[in-house]
Design a protein around this ligand. Structure first.
Ligand code: HEM
Ligand code: HEM
Length: 180
């Protein structure tokens, strides 16, 4: 459970799994759209889609978890604008991380190919097979991932720059160094 000042392990685990997954997916996505597609590397699309859908589940889990166990209030920053900037950035993460997989799914399903989870489970298709839908959805998917990448860089820079225990709190739970 989170408390008023501490992040519990569930929130921290989800945060770091998400961080790892998102950074890997930004790299993998950029790679698959540039590679010369052939039979030998087609499976990478499947990996991208499967991890993307897992991340979608994780972000929904995180949103639910934060309703059950509210995260600690942010540690007061040096300036009020920084507090608002952090709040906007965190909200934007949630919005982007819900929308990006949805548009990835719409584009993939509109292509007419089955969207499979780990080459096994078929995700039901709820969109028409249409080139216009496919192109439109992938365009949105692509633009939103650029915004996400920019936000990730700003977020990491802000987390490293702050020297008030904010990073420690996300890594170890508490902002305070433990007294023996
Ligand atoms: C790359 C993907 C990442 C995403 C999508 C992400 C997302 C988020 C979100 C949404 C929050 C708000 C937490 C909440 O809901 O209460 C948060 C907090 C935080 N993140 Fe990340 N994060 C990422 C990577 C990182 C990395 C690489 C670092 C460290 C260098 C980091 C450090 C932190 C810290 C220290 C907080 C706590 C902020 C606070 O308590 O005010 N994050 N992150
Ligand atoms: C957080 C999750 C995701 C991230 C961060 C992500 C990231 C990316 C990135 C960076 C690209 C390259 C975009 C470009 O430069 O044009 C891309 C392409 C792609 N993504 Fe995702 N993606 C995610 C989820 C998904 C999901 C859930 C699916 C499908 C179920 C999906 C399907 C695709 C496909 C098929 C492409 C290639 C599009 C094309 O050929 O134009 N993605 N993704």
């Amino acid at each position: 459970m989170n408390t008023e000042t501490r992040y519990g392990w569930v929130s921290r685990l989800i945060h770091w799994l998400m961080a790892l997954g998102v950074i890997a997916m930004l790299g993998l996505g950029a790679y698959i759209v540039r590679m010369e597609v052939g039979f030998s590397n087609l499976w990478l699309f499947g990996v991208h889609k499967s991890i993307g859908m897992m991340l979608f589940a994780l972000i929904i889990l995180r949103l639910i978890w934060h309703r059950i166990s509210a995260p600690p209030a942010p540690m007061p920053a040096e300036a009020a604008w920084q507090d608002s900037a952090a709040r906007i950035a965190h909200r934007s993460f949630y919005v982007l991380l819900v929308l990006i997989p949805i548009f990835g799914y719409i584009g993939s399903a509109a292509s007419g190919l089955d969207v499979l989870l780990f080459e096994r489970w078929k995700v039901p298709s709820v969109v028409p097979v249409s080139e216009a839908w496919e192109d439109g959805a992938f365009l949105v998917h692509s633009i939103l991932t650029k915004l996400l990448a920019a936000l990730v860089l700003i977020h990491i820079a802000a987390a490293i720059k702050r020297r008030d225990g904010t990073l420690r709190r996300m890594l170890l739970g508490s902002a305070e160094a433990r007294v023996a």
